[in-house]
Design a protein around this ligand. Structure first.
Ligand SMILES: [Zn+2]
Length: 79
């Protein structure tokens, strides 16, 4: 199961997210300030787990009046 690490652009909080399904699409937010301005951090965890540098794609979209949602798409495996 891949674990990805994210950093909040607003408050700088670092957190990890475990994905149970490689095709899962998840709405992400900062657990500290609930911001959707997130950056993916490349961590050694990914390297150890052999994810080959493929990472999730974060897209920010409008999902309601005055609010945005960050969604993440996990690419499928090459095998
Ligand atoms: Zn935050």
């Amino acid at each position: 199961m891949p674990i990805f690490e994210f950093k909040c652009s607003d408050c700088g909080h670092l957190f990890e997210k475990l994905f149970l399904d490689s095709k899962e699409e998840v709405v992400l937010e900062c657990p500290q300030c609930h911001s959707h301005n997130l950056e993916r951090v490349v961590s050694r965890v990914n390297y150890v787990m052999g994810t080959k540098g493929k990472g999730p794609k974060i897209t920010t979209k409008s999902c309601g009046p005055g609010s945005t949602c960050a969604t993440i798409e996990i690419p499928g495996r090459d095998d």
